[in-house]
Design a protein around this ligand. Structure first.
Ligand SMILES: [Zn+2]
Length: 304
């Protein structure tokens, strides 16, 4: 069977007519890790994990919703839209234009999808980043949605699951993007005050100000196998340090070995693992404590 596809590979890539029964190109996907062709339906059934080599491919934020119990997801804060506070222009393209293009391409108003749903019967608040939307960079809408999700989870007395992939803070929003890191972390403190957990799932790739803030201080930090996780990229660090970094640096497995994350879990085991964690934390609930003045101040930072 493998040889059959090898012979036909040229026809797929050049767009020429294959011999015998033609097979539509869009029925097959080439795995970036093992370069093998995979039947698209088989890949979808396998949660976008390559059946040949186990490579975990990227999924959109909407695809990640399938992790929840069927029909249990209710989207929240979908009305929050990004603005262009700095009138930012780079390489002849304005941030405003870039936003419109990203919105049209992904069907998302910004990079973060937020809502509440259930996993294995346990209710939780959920946020998911979409890397296809400007590298899932954390801007004002991202930060505001995440803060509201944490506060909603605290008010409802339910856990928060964040599924994180990002290139970092959104440079087009300057200091407003950087403020989100502090704002989100303070909202998560409120969740901790009511004794509910923040479970962070880090998926490939997860970098910059996102890795450097809220997922790294979660109660449970999970990563997918092979996910690249770090602050600055490997090449940049090697240039600054003027030394070679070890093989596998910044992979989920490396992070686990060095105590930065709690577990590496394959995609088909995520539902059971998170469901079990929710059950274990389930019985815990403390009354909501009064917010302190510093928290009130940071919470008042405008989202745009
Ligand atoms: Zn593969």
């Amino acid at each position: 069977m493998k040889e059959f596809f090898r012979r036909r590979k040229t026809s797929f890539t050049t767009g020429g007519q294959p011999e015998g029964n033609p097979v539509p190109d869009d029925m097959w996907v080439k795995c970036n890790a093992c370069r093998e062709l995979v039947y698209k339906k088989e890949l979808t059934d396998n949660l976008k994990v390559c059946p040949k080599c186990g490579h975990h491919m990227r999924m959109s934020a909407r695809e990640w919703i399938d992790l929840l119990d069927g029909g249990s997801f209710s989207e929240m804060d979908a009305h929050l839209l990004p603005t262009d506070p700095l009138g930012f222009v780079s390489l002849g393209e304005s941030y405003a234009e870039k936003l419109v293009k990203s919105q049209q391409r992904t069907g998302m108003p910004d990079a973060l999808l937020s809502g509440v749903g259930m996993i294995c019967g346990g209710r939780l608040a959920l946020t998911v980043g979409d890397f296809a939307f400007m590298g899932s960079s954390m801007g004002s809408v991202y930060g505001e949605k995440l803060s509201r999700a944490a506060e909603r989870a605290a008010d409802m007395g339910i856990p928060l699951l964040t599924i994180n992939t990002s290139g970092g803070a959104r440079q087009q929003e300057g200091v407003i993007a950087l403020m989100q890191m502090a704002k989100v972390t303070m909202a998560l403190t409120r969740l901790a005050d009511v004794g509910q957990p923040h479970i962070a799932l880090m998926i490939d790739p997860c970098y910059g100000g996102v890795t450097a803030s809220y997922p790294s201080v979660a109660d449970v930090i999970i990563a997918e196998p092979g996910a690249n996780i770090g602050f600055a990229g490997k090449r940049l660090i090697e240039q600054i340090m003027r030394q070679k970094l070890p093989a596998g640096f910044q992979t989920a497995e490396f992070m686990l070995e060095h105590g930065m994350i709690d577990m590496v879990v394959e995609r088909n085991q995520l539902r059971d693992t998170i469901g079990r964690l929710i059950r274990l934390y389930g019985a815990r609930r403390r009354p909501v404590t009064r917010r302190d003045p510093v928290e009130e101040l940071i919470g008042a930072i405008p989202y745009m």
